[in-house]
Design a protein around this ligand. Structure first.
Ligand code: FE2
Length: 271
């Protein structure tokens, strides 16, 4: 497990170096936009190779701008669909208010910048150092928020939970020892985040699975990592039901994870 907030962590310098290298690269021009599909064909990802060697960022439809704007993705299930694990009021506010605000603020920030309005959000975040100073923090916070929540909704669902199978299940077992060991490390990482942030399962540049934590709304894409599934540990994600007991939320959240969706993301990242 890597806590990317802890600069004393020996891996921090590696990650920081990777981020610098990514940020030094030039933007590679406009990428495919306007697709209605969540996972775009491999052929449209050729420019991604320079940012994510050997990996493919996963194109959520809502994180590709259409007519210069990003959109709030519709929740793929009802606001009450994740009961009793995540309550209806939390889902309503989380998607309709919190996420929607990130989208609104992101669109407002990039509105004067023609080049950014045709950029995939994954690439914009991967190259955050090239975003104009005047809006970099806005894009980091709100673009990251839009990306993170778009993944979050897509990887949960009703009648979900269980355990991953196939290549993803095998990779989790090989990396962490077992699914239970993976879950324990993931929960411990999420519980250990100071303040607001996310805990993620990502694929790194060595095509290996890794658990990372990110502060605030920072995206794993900013570190050259491809997020597969993550949990939001901002208090707005759990406080109405679980109050201050974040660990309860982290443990019950497994019941909502749609492993079929996560497996598709893993396969796409590994292409
Ligand atoms: Fe959130």
């Amino acid at each position: 497990m890597v806590d990317t907030r802890t600069k004393s962590n020996p891996l921090w310098s590696i990650i920081r170096s990777t981020a610098r290298n990514v940020n030094r690269r030039q933007f590679l021009g406009a990428l495919g936009v306007g697709s209605a599909v969540a996972l775009m064909p491999r052929g449209e990802m050729s420019a991604d190779a320079a940012f994510f060697p050997g990996l493919s960022p996963i194109r959520e439809a809502s994180t590709e701008p259409v007519d210069g704007k990003f959109t709030l993705p519709p929740l793929p299930y009802g606001y009450d669909a994740l009961e009793p694990n995540i309550d209806t009021e939390t889902m309503t506010l989380h998607h309709g208010k919190h996420h929607n605000t990130y989208v609104t603020n992101l669109n407002a920030a990039i509105a004067p910048y023609t080049d950014l309005k045709t950029q995939s959000l994954a690439m914009m975040l991967a190259n955050i150092g090239s975003v104009p100073d005047a809006i970099r923090t806005m894009v980091r916070n709100n673009g990251g928020g839009h990306m993170n929540h778009s993944i979050f909704w897509a990887t949960m669902g009703p009648n979900a939970g269980g355990a991953p199978v196939g290549d993803l299940g095998a990779a989790i077992n090989a990396t962490f020892g077992s699914f239970d060991a993976f879950k324990a490390q993931f929960v411990a990482a999420g519980a250990g985040i100071f303040g607001s942030g996310w805990v993620w399962l990502v694929v790194n540049s060595s095509k290996k699975l890794q658990i990372v934590t990110m502060p605030n709304q920072d995206s794993p894409y900013m570190m050259g990592l491809v997020p597969i599934v993550g949990n939001d540990v901002w208090e707005h994600a759990y406080y109405l039901k679980h109050r201050n007991v974040r660990a309860n939320y982290l443990n019950i959240w497994w019941n909502t994870v749609n492993w079929e969706s996560v497996a598709l993301r893993y396969a796409s990242a590994m292409k």
